[in-house]
Write a protein that binds this ligand. Structure first.
Ligand code: PMP
Length: 403
């Protein structure tokens, strides 16, 4: 596989450039931007939840009180008070071992995925992922040329017995990437007993875990169980993000790295972009330092839960028998499995023609995609639009079954 460079071009690209492919989702999003298309495809948080006023006040305060420090180069680790704040918040959520010194601020948690892969993955080394998993993680890991080991998963997440088989099936697995809370794309949450079993299986197999938790705060009725990182401090690298609780445009996330990994991650971070914008970090610290999230997050939960309920009802009313889904208890996504004979990828152009877009499930699988699956976001459209969009989708699936 060699990157396509025209013979007359002086730019001779690296092999890895051939692995950088356009995101299927981004290509689909282009389609969905056509006028008249109601998109259930995006992974975007609802813009109405962005705390514009709090950001405006905090920005003004930072520029008035600490303009020079905020606009200067800063430490690669991140802004000290924000790292302290993150450590305290995670402690309150069960990760009592976390010290501020372990918190590395990153330019979105997406950068955390890139840095971890850079430090951990050699060409040909196995990396284990859930089935399905976050497409953006597959994209972040792929340039480092891992061999993906898909870990069989059910409605509760990865199967412990499949993790136990990794030393045999994929010897030398560098880490397993896990999303225990309201997974992207399936919306599933890993219950307490499964968390215990997953951590035990990983410990026994000697495989560290990379736990990604951008959606954990977005629960509707009940907080999810404590993170995997609270159960195995040395064996879990934990990624968090401000994207879904404040705003993704800030590009602010963090990695809590065990001591064995932290120094190399920091060096990789330094080499990548010196540091995450100090201005953004200081503004966000000003926003969150006095308990703002404790007031703000419940408003996001209430809004998303109401939208989830509307979509659940619309799906029950319109989808043909044989369509499967479970109701997400948090996060942003429904995951559907269409009746036998339907391929989500083939339905997409018909759906777009009928005025609705979704993301086919296939790109979320490292191997053996389930072509009947698709992902619907319930947070970007209004209740009326959700009803309209799901009704249109229902009609398209009914038609496909009749053909
Ligand atoms: N992990 C998961 C599972 C995600 O869904 C996303 C965003 N779609 C990210 C990481 C990246 O988030 P960010 O870089 O905005 O923190």
């Amino acid at each position: 596989m060699s990157p396509s460079t025209s013979p007359s071009s002086p730019w001779h690209m690296a092999q890895r450039a051939a692995r950088l492919n356009p995101s299927v989702i981004r290509e689909i999003l282009k389609l969905t931007e056509l006028p008249g298309v109601l998109s259930l495809a995006g992974g975007l948080p609802a813009a109405s939840t962005f705390p514009v006023e709090a950001m405006r006040e905090a920005t003004t305060r930072v520029l008035a009180e600490q303009p020079q420090a905020a606009l200067q180069y800063a430490a690669s680790e991140g802004y000290g008070p924000l790292r302290e704040w993150v450590a305290e918040r995670l402690s309150a959520q069960g990760m009592t071992h976390v010290k501020a010194e372990q918190v590395l601020m990153t330019t979105g948690s997406q950068q955390g995925l890139d840095l971890i892969a850079k430090v951990m993955v050699d060409a040909g080394a196995p990396v284990a992922v859930e089935t399905p998993t976050y497409l953006g993680a597959l994209q972040a890991f792929t340039p480092f040329e891992p061999i993906f080991a898909g870990v069989a998963s059910d409605g509760q997440g990865a199967l412990p017995e499949a993790i136990a088989r990794l030393p045999h099936d994929a010897p030398g697995t560098r880490f397993m990437y896990v999303l225990p809370n309201f997974q992207n794309p399936t919306g599933r949450v890993m219950p307490e007993a499964r968390r215990q079993a997953v951590v035990k299986a990983a410990q026994t197999a000697g495989i560290p875990l990379v736990e990604d938790n951008p959606y954990g705060d977005l629960w509707f009725d009940e907080a999810p169980p404590a993170p995997l990182a609270s159960r195995w401090a040395e064996g879990v690298a934990y990624l968090g993000s401000f994207s879904k609780v404040l705003a993704p445009g800030l590009r602010l996330g963090y990695v809590v790295a065990p001591p064995a990994l932290a120094p190399k991650l920091l060096q990789a971070k330094q080499a990548a972009d010196l540091h995450t914008p100090g201005f953004n970090q200081r503004v966000v610290y000003e926003v969150v330092k006095d308990g703002f999230l404790e007031r703000h997050i419940p408003t996001i939960r209430a809004q998303y839960k109401a939208q989830r309920d509307v979509m659940a009802e619309a799906l029950r009313e319109t989808m043909p028998a044989g369509t499967e889904w479970t109701q997400p208890e948090g996060g942003m996504f429904f995951w559907l499995r269409l009746p036998a004979g339907c391929r989500a990828m083939d339905l997409l152009p018909k759906a777009v023609a009928a005025g609705v877009a979704f993301v086919p499930g296939e790109p979320f699988y490292a191997h053996q995609p389930d072509a009947r699956t698709l992902r619907l976001s319930f947070v970007t459209l209004s209740p009326d639009e959700i009803r309209q969009a799901v009704a249109a989708l229902g009609r398209v699936v009914h038609q496909a079954l009749e053909e």
